[in-house]
Design a protein around this ligand. Structure first.
Ligand SMILES: [Zn+2]
Length: 194
């Protein structure tokens, strides 16, 4: 990371590397990260609103066509993230194909929010990070057998965990979860509907 990069960005890179991401490229206010075929761009924006008028300028400044996920880390990330999501929508309506989704992360709770956001990103992009295809349990929504499509070992605070994404190929339900080696229940799990 460049020396002048803000601590929020350094912390984001550190948290993501712990989860298996590799740093591909860094600048003073961004880091491009990769996990298998998923690319995630973390930005620490200079302003928390859009100042550019043309869609092309927005795409270029925020590198919206360079990643599958754009993570906006800021003290006020929500408004800018909404604006970027609607810029992507407008770009796609005018014939472009930008598949990125934008995720806000409040800098004041970067550890908590980024950890949850990473799980959502993995679930939303399971086709790009997939490394497994094993049956595991039933879909809580439709009863079809679920498949574990992503299975990764992560170390956190010296504790070994497995991070998994399960998908129901019938109804599209996705589950992200951690399984702690110690067998602790209560692991963070989120359920995303198709
Ligand atoms: Zn299902």
């Amino acid at each position: 990371m460049p020396r002048d990069s803000p601590w929020e960005l350094r912390r984001a890179v550190e948290l993501m590397e712990k989860r298996g991401f590799k740093t591909v490229e860094t600048g003073s206010n961004f880091a491009l990260m990769e996990l298998r075929r998923m690319r995630a761009l973390v930005i620490y924006p200079l302003r928390d609103y859009l100042q550019l008028s043309s869609i092309d300028d927005v795409i270029k400044e925020f590198m919206l066509d360079k990643a599958d996920s754009i993570v906006v880390v800021s003290e006020r990330p929500y408004y800018l993230s909404d604006e970027l999501n609607s810029a992507i929508e407008r770009a796609n309506l005018s014939g472009r194909t930008i598949g990125a989704r934008v995720y806000p992360v409040y800098a004041g709770d970067i550890d908590g929010q980024l950890n949850v956001t990473m799980g959502i990103m993995l679930a939303n992009n399971y086709d790009k990070v997939g490394n497994s295809d094993e049956a595991d349990g039933q879909c809580p929504s439709c009863g079809e057998p679920m498949r574990v499509v992503f299975d990764n070992h992560v170390m956190d605070e010296g504790e070994e965990s497995r991070e998994q994404v399960l998908v129901c190929k019938r109804c599209g339900l996705k589950i992200h979860r951690f399984i702690h080696a110690s067998g602790d229940a209560g692991s963070l799990a989120s359920i995303l509907h198709g």
